[in-house]
Design a binder for this molecule. Sequence first.
Ligand SMILES: NC(=O)c1ccc[n+]([C@@H]2O[C@H](COP(=O)([O-])OP(=O)(O)OC[C@H]3O[C@@H](n4cnc5c(N)ncnc54)[C@H](O)[C@@H]3O)[C@@H](O)[C@H]2O)c1
Length: 336
Amino acid sequence: MNILVTGGAGYIGSHTCIALLQAGHSVIIADNLSNSKSETVMKVMDIAEKEVTFYEIDVTNAEAVDIIFKNYKIDGVIHFAGLKAVGESVEKPLEYYHNNIVSTVVLTKACHKYGVNRFVFSSSATVYGENNVPFFETMDLLPTTNPYGETKAMSERILTDITRSNPIFSLSILRYFNPVGAHESGLIGEAPNGIPNNLMPYVTQVAKGKLEKLRVFGNDYPTIDGTGIRDYIHVMDLAEGHVAALENLTEGVHVYNLGTGKGTSVLELVKAFEIANDIKVSYEIVDRRAGDIASYYADTSKAKNELGWTAKRDIVAMCRDAWRFEKNYKDFVESK
Ligand SMILES: NC(=O)c1ccc[n+]([C@@H]2O[C@H](COP(=O)([O-])OP(=O)(O)OC[C@H]3O[C@@H](n4cnc5c(N)ncnc54)[C@H](O)[C@@H]3O)[C@@H](O)[C@H]2O)c1
């Protein structure tokens, strides 16, 4: 299939492009490079030893999107492009609503115009809010605490309405848990701008000496060691989950959790990282962070039963691959 991958130069998108190419699909990337670099596209081609087509465009721009659909027979769209920093979304809600909602509307309009009926959407476990764990796809969505989460819930609703109005539209909504790690080549991985918001890049940057100490937000949660528990998933497992979702897509709306189903605490992850890589990570316990919940993880049985997909890589592989990438990586700002 010819797959249009929006946000394909980004963290999850680039790993998914490799998985798609390795599964024999052709890839057209549309990315405005607002949070990525064109070099990543070159690295994707090096790793997969296949060509991809790259359009540096903003997918909120309907005319630019139209050109791609006109030039290629697109068989399906995987829509990763979006802004994703929770804290920033509170400060700049309009940017988030505009970027994340308009992109979804523009792309689905183009799908309608050109008769493209396969669509896979990047959603997030954040849409479950404070439901009881584990999270099941059938749960009601609860309000999230930030505009970023709202854009994901709204996009899910928009896409669901579109699918209901068009009986041959096939939609897969993938709710990611906590993607970490990197491609095992060490060539591509997670390279956030500024101070990382997520745990793993923070840990790797402390290990490298770029940051002094990991700040652990709270050790008084009702968990095994008092620190927050999340369901970390290796980014290549997540990437392969997209291929499974795309290849098993049938008409109608399908929602899947992509996680491992296993919770790991912050301190367990730090310990696993130290053992996997034989390196020390300094940390300090600080106050809880507003908006964080104690623990969440996925029920993954639906993806297993319907897609035949389960995460294969364990926490050791996640830590080892994240560290290999960090060691290889020339700082984003320096290399720009
Ligand atoms: N990383 C996570 O922890 C996580 C968790 C749940 C959901 N998600 C979602 O998965 C998707 C991918 O996340 P990621 O971690 O790879 O982020 P990322 O920032 O690395 O990748 C997103 C890519 O989209 C591009 N982009 C943003 N707006 C665009 C636009 N209007 N037009 C064209 N390109 C645009 C960026 O340049 C970037 O390359 C996002 O939608 C994100 O919300 C991520």
